[in-house]
Design a protein around this ligand. Structure first.
Ligand SMILES: Cc1cc2nc3c(=O)[nH]c(=O)nc-3n(C[C@H](O)[C@H](O)[C@H](O)COP(=O)(O)OP(=O)(O)OC[C@H]3O[C@@H](n4cnc5c(N)ncnc54)[C@H](O)[C@@H]3O)c2cc1C
Length: 593
């Protein structure tokens, strides 16, 4: 039998990004024992430190906070209107209200804890992801949260639909750890690693959503995936960096195809204005670029050329000095790119996966359908519906705070449920298989194949034929490759190849959930565009997709929307006309959101 140690706590927080840290602080405020587990290094893993980062809230509340701009004519009602229309009505409106109501308090709190602000506008505060993580790390340490890094949680333990704990792997020793606890907050973020190129870190492979699903929680709206536009496609060192996205959003620039055509010329001016000058740009420009590529108009690496065009070089220099001083950004030296921009020499850019609108189904207390299991941040379903424009950074704080507090309350009134340790033994035996199988499927090569195929078939533009092919490929991988994974190194100590093998099943599970949901949704809405169903269909498709994990396989169903204040209008509308209507429905408050 596998050797393993057992660790006890009251609330186990899985995930060391912004949502996880804020949840741990929220639970600890209730006076219970809290342990936060992070797969990567504390404060430097997940998407949060990668973010620019903007925090959005209503401008009126913001204008009352010392030192911030904020538009006093903005209101919570206007923000509600804007988030719901940006989400093409698929948002859970209770969670939108929670986001808006809690945002000012959570921002003030962060500032009181020492978070530095770089600048602010009508309804957005610009700070830095690493700065945020430093503040959270200090606060959590001071409050006595037990912080554990380099441990990957592999499976949740439940009995009678109630949390009993979780099984983890200590990456540096290769030993299993059983965590026994009263409640769990899942805060594992997105699953960027299932795609290439991507903009995320290598630790985001979706185990959190997949293990919650395996444990019996429903997941939903998995077909909605935001691709960041204008991401570097080449050179390889820069591939995946969002630096051109940031500069193009603030300063403008030009996108041309391999025929040297300005690709935006054929579009309605409203779409082009809002779709380049606000954060609608992610969905709109990713759609435009992918369409060009599918029509054979892309360059060598599948992207378009981005150059300065008529945009001012002085403005670009000024913005760069704020966002990436000395043209250094997230460990990349972009000096060469600054010269290219100045001389109007293009770089190849395109869409790369950045954010997942879908996730674990939760109610307004962030409870899942499993007793004692909560979820917050990017791994939870709800706020942004079919398309995110407002900040995900706000989401992680407002949801993390409430999920943590509620998980803390749960721990105060419940004891640790009895666990079935026999199933743990079976799971551990399964997990070590790649270390014992000889000459099987190489996990790294398989991951690369899956990533490229996911980008191609589950990108911003989909159709039935490609989705069916992709699902067949995943089914074959599940049957033939996953049971036969075999690492070259058989050591358990810091074996990243083994970790790759353990992550793969989760990525395949989520890709299949997403592809099946995309296949079932025979319409186009938000970031989900179907070439073969190019209308947004409010008569048939105003519903959330739910994926249920049944013994015979994944099953897709749909549930009614959660509406509190804003009812959608009926009718079928061509995709881009609908997007234009949603852009025009925006309140008069300015800014990028
Ligand atoms: C490059 C980039 C830039 C972005 N910029 C912005 C921006 O400017 N503004 C904005 O609003 N949004 C932005 N986003 C989105 C936003 O940053 C994320 O949605 C948000 O940070 C997610 O936070 P989270 O806490 O939910 O997850 P993350 O910050 O991703 O944290 C997830 C954590 O879970 C851990 N984890 C994963 N699996 C396991 C496991 N099995 N066991 C243990 N731990 C695990 C990871 O190690 C990590 O610590 C950006 C995203 C990217 C990728």
């Amino acid at each position: 039998m596998e050797k393993r140690k057992t660790v006890h706590t009251d609330v186990l927080v899985i995930g060391g990004g912004g949502a996880g840290f804020r949840a741990a602080i929220g639970a600890r405020e209730k006076g219970v024992q809290v342990m936060l587990i992070s797969k990567g290094p504390l404060g430097r893993c997940g998407a949060t430190p990668m973010a620019g980062a903007d925090y959005t809230l209503d401008g009126k509340s913001m204008s009352t906070i010392d030192g911030l701009v904020g538009d006093p004519n903005d209101s919570k009602e206007k923000v509600f209107n804007d988030i719901v229309t940006q989400g093409c009505y698929l948002n859970n409106q209770k969670l939108v209200e929670q986001y808006i109501d809690r945002a000012p308090h959570c921002l003030k709190e962060l500032m009181d804890w020492g978070m530095k602000i770089k600048m602010s506008d009508e309804r957005m505060v610009f700070t830095s992801g690493t700065g945020m993580m430093n503040v959270l790390l200090r606060k959590a340490k001071n409050m006595g949260v037990d912080l554990v890094e380099d441990v990957a949680i592999l499976e949740l333990m439940t009995k009678d639909d109630t949390i009993t704990g979780a099984l983890g792997l200590e990456i540096k020793t290769g030993e299993f750890i059983v965590f026994r606890c009263k409640s769990v907050v899942m805060a594992t973020g997105g699953w960027h690693k299932a795609f290439w190129p991507n903009t995320g870190m290598r630790d985001l492979s979706g185990e959190g959503i997949a293990m919650a699903h395996r444990a019996g929680a429903d997941i939903g709206n998995m077909e909605f995936i935001t691709f960041c536009c204008n991401v570097f496609y080449t050179p390889p060192m820069w591939r995946g960096s969002i630096a051109p996205y940031i500069l193009s959003l603030i300063c403008g620039g030009k996108l041309t195809n391999n025929k040297n055509e300005d690709v935006l010329k054929e579009y309605d001016p409203v779409l082009v204005d809002k779709g380049t000058q606000t954060e609608w740009n992610k969905s709109f420009l990713s759609h435009v670029t992918t369409k060009q590529a599918r029509e054979g108009n892309a360059f060598e690496h599948g992207g378009l050329h981005y150059s300065r065009g008529d945009a001012s070089w002085e403005l670009m220099e000024m913005v760069a000095s704020l966002v990436f001083p000395d043209w250094k950004y997230k460990a990349l030296d972009l000096t060469e790119w600054s010269r290219m921009l100045r001389d109007n020499i293009p770089v190849e850019v395109g869409p790369a996966v950045e954010y997942f609108e879908g996730g674990i189904v939760v109610n307004e207390k962030f409870e899942s359908s499993i007793r004692g299991l909560y979820a917050a941040g990017e791994c939870a379903l709800g706020v942004f519906g079919a398309n995110r424009v407002f900040a995900a950074i706000t989401e992680i704080f407002v949801q993390g705070a409430d999920a943590g507090m509620n998980a803390g309350d749960y721990a105060l009134s419940n004891s640790v449920a009895e666990a079935n340790l026999n199933t743990i033994t079976d799971i551990c035996d399964q997990m070590v298989k790649p270390l014992t199988v000889q000459n099987g499927t190489n996990p790294v090569a398989l991951r690369k194949k899956i990533q490229l195929s996911a980008h191609q078939h589950l990108g911003p533009i989909r159709n039935e034929q490609e989705l069916v092919l992709f699902i067949k490929m995943l089914e074959k991988i599940k049957k033939e490759d996953l049971p036969n994974l075999s690492t070259e190194s058989k050591s358990r100590i810091y074996n990243k190849e083994w970790l790759d093998a353990l992550e793969l099943g989760n990525m395949v599970h989520l890709l299949e959930s997403s592809a099946r949901s995309a296949l079932a949704r025979t319409e186009s809405r938000g970031v989900h565009y179907r070439e073969d169903f190019p209308h947004t269909d409010n008569d048939t498709w105003l519903k959330e997709s739910i994926v249920t994990n049944k013994p015979e396989g994944l099953s897709i169903s749909h549930r009614p929307l959660t509406i509190t204040g804003m009812s959608p209008f009926p009718g079928r509308t061509p995709y881009l006309d609908f997007i234009k209507q949603m852009m025009e429905a925006h309140s008069e408050t300015g800014g990028k959101h």
